[in-house]
Design a protein around this ligand. Structure first.
Ligand code: ZN
Length: 178
């Protein structure tokens, strides 16, 4: 059995005929748009993913190519409370059905649970994986409990008290001037 698929130039018909789950690991640093969203990315931070192709019969037409993509990663992002790194779990689990044209995809997309994509001779699975991971990123990444004191502390009683109480030396300086 040949498993020499190329993730950026994938023959979906071959993957579907093969029918076996194809599991791979891709380094996050090689997914540039995703890497741009990270903070403190380490060189071996990676996405584990699995792609499975299927041929499903369709009455009065050629078999349709379906693709299932699942992926898991821990993506180092910026905590929106303390601004330090927070590793967020990000997951993808999606079915796609490949159709002959953009028109068919548009027409059938509303009632379909799966995503519809237009069939191409060589499919860029890495671009799809990266798109899905970007969409799966949390809008507001945050630690459950921040390891450091948040830098933004409006309404923090300690800060308010410090601001309200004048520095004695500053008062002294003003007295000397006048
Ligand atoms: Zn935090």
């Amino acid at each position: 059995m040949s498993r020499n698929f190329q993730a950026q130039r994938l023959n979906l018909q071959e993957l579907a005929h093969d029918g076996q789950p194809w599991s791979e690991t891709t380094l996050i640093k090689d997914l540039q748009r995703l890497a741009d969203e990270t903070q403190g990315l380490s060189p071996d931070d990676a996405v584990q993913w699995q792609a499975t192709g299927e041929l499903r019969p369709k009455t009065g037409a050629d078999d349709q190519v379906w693709l299932h993509l699942s992926a898991q990663a821990r993506v180092p992002l910026t905590c929106q409370r303390c601004m330090t790194q927070v590793a967020m779990p990000v997951g993808v689990d999606q079915w796609y059905r490949f159709v002959d044209s953009e028109d068919i995809a548009m027409a059938e997309d509303d009632e379909a649970e799966e995503d519809l994509l237009v069939m191409v001779p060589l499919f860029d699975l890495m671009a799809l994986l990266e798109d899905e991971l970007l969409m799966a990123l949390p809008l507001v990444p945050m630690h459950e409990s921040c390891p450091v004191t948040p830098v933004f502390s409006a309404g923090d009683p300690a800060v308010d008290a410090a601001e309200a109480k004048p520095n004695p030396f500053a008062v002294l300086g003003q007295l000397k001037k006048s």
